[in-house]
Design a protein around this ligand. Structure first.
Ligand code: ZN
Length: 462
């Protein structure tokens, strides 16, 4: 280790105290991520316990020209927090306090290392709800949710992380603390600076704390699993439910038949809740306020959909356990891999174009590997589709060809190569499919302005 680096780590340890700077085996005994068991590689993991310490670490690294990779719960899917042996990891894991819940303002102030589910449970005890929700809720950190602008299952009604964030505190590369911890919904006093840090994947600053918007906890939850005859019925049903449920539709997830068949049969599900063989399945959810009234309401809206031929079969769940059972199908993405390596995709495009787009992707993948299986599902209400394609080819050329089969058709549609997962390293070669050269240049200009020595998450995003 160069003397300069040694001196930096000693200075950090002296300031942050024993246990704050991990090196050697304390680094390598950790995994690269919750889905990636390979040992973590880094110069050190530095674990500040408050914003002042984050500022100290960044100022020192800025002076030393030391690369810094912010890490949270390591649940990302695009290699946005990858490290090499020369990188310093700044982990927010010790900044895990829920600082204050404001009942009147319906806001909460949190530190970046609070797991999403911990916050959801804490506010539920007070009759409130933080509606951002995704499969990795138990492991992901709110700081990561914000820095990647996470989406998930209820974006249709509540928006992405961005729409649920009222203020942030972030530390710039040179250690400057930007306190934008406001709790108002309306705040047009100049630029909305928090948005620089939300969704920029740790390249413009490190989010240390945030004020999040809370909603009233719903009084009822009704999930419905529906079979549909064709793609026009899928888009028709979305409009029918949104209109019929008076703005209380909170999720609209679509599953293509290969996906439904895989998750609705053994080993995960003893018997499919709806028969196999329909062209499309939708899992929708209404969050309402009155269990008795809402169940009758949903039944009436579904009866109309059956009558109109939008839906051919339906299952309605109104109790906690039955809701969970239906959502467990949607969350069983891990069974698709069947132990084999996969390629996972996250794209966004106009909803009306999705039926034809998916057929084009399947044809493109089959041209690369006729044996490959394409599982299609996603948050259709938000224009967001996921593919799990398996097995992942051995050759990097074939991996690239499958990426092209997914991403190339998006160009003409003005779609996005990333709906909610971010760019990281994995999608960086494809950024130009969804962003013009002038847009990418502007992203780089912002990076240079805020991080002139290029120490924050170097090489990622743009
Ligand atoms: Zn998703």
């Amino acid at each position: 280790m160069p003397l300069k680096t040694q001196a930096l780590l000693e200075a950090l340890e002296a300031e942050l105290g024993p246990g704050a700077v991990l090196t050697g085996e304390a680094v390598s005994q950790r995994a690269q991520g919750i889905w990636r068991p390979a040992p973590l590689e880094a110069l050190a993991i530095v674990r500040p316990k408050d914003t002042r310490e984050v500022s100290f670490v960044l100022r020192a690294c800025h002076e030393a020209g030391q690369s810094v990779i912010p890490q949270g719960g390591l649940t990302g899917l695009v290699h946005g927090a990858d490290t090499g042996p020369e990188d310093l990891i700044l982990s927010l894991e010790r900044m895990n306090a829920i600082e204050e819940i404001d009942q009147a303002g319906r806001t909460v102030r949190v530190q970046a290392g609070v797991p999403l589910q911990t916050l959801q449970e804490a506010v539920a005890e007070q009759g409130l709800s933080f509606p951002l929700d995704l499969g990795a809720r138990g492991s992901c950190f709110l700081g990561g949710n914000l820095s990647t602008n996470a989406g998930g299952n209820r974006v249709l009604r509540y928006g992405m992380a961005r729409e649920n964030t009222l203020g942030v505190e972030a530390v710039l590369a040179d250690g400057t603390v930007i306190d934008s911890l406001y709790g108002m919904v309306k705040n047009n006093a100049g630029f909305d600076l928090k948005q620089l840090f939300i969704g920029s994947e740790g390249t413009l600053g490190i989010i240390t704390r945030a004020v999040l918007r809370l909603r009233e906890a719903p009084g009822s939850r009704l999930s419905m699993l529906l079979a549909l005859p064709d793609f026009p019925s899928v888009t028709g049903l979305l409009r029918h439910l949104d209109r019929g449920l008076g703005g209380q539709l909170s999720a609209f997830e679509v599953m293509w038949p290969e996906f439904y068949e895989a998750v609705a049969t053994a080993p995960r599900s003893p018997a499919p809740p709806l028969p196999l063989g329909s062209p499309f399945y939708v899992l929708a959810e209404m969050l309402g306020s009155d269990p008795a009234r809402d169940e009758a309401w949903v039944e009436a809206v579904l009866a109309e959909a059956l009558e109109a031929g939008l839906v051919s079969d339906a299952v309605l769940a109104s109790t906690g356990a039955r809701n969970e059972a239906l959502w467990a199908l949607r969350d069983s993405v891990d069974v698709l891999a069947a132990g084999k390596p996969t390629q996972v995709f996250d794209v966004s495009l106009p909803i009306g174009a999705m039926g034809a787009y998916v057929e084009a992707v399947k044809a493109g993948v089959a041209a690369v590997d006729p044996e490959a299986r394409v599982f299609t599902f996603g948050h259709l209400g938000d224009g967001n589709l996921h593919f799990v394609i398996t097995p992942r080819p051995r050759s990097s050329e074939a991996v690239k060809a499958i990426e092209a089969a997914v991403y190339d058709p998006l160009k003409a549609l003005r779609g996005s190569v990333s709906a909610e997962h971010g760019i990281g390293l994995e999608k960086k070669p494809w950024l130009g499919h969804s962003r013009s050269p002038a847009e990418v240049k502007l992203m780089q200009t912002l990076r240079e302005a805020l991080d002139p020595r290029g120490i924050l998450n170097p090489g990622k995003v743009c």
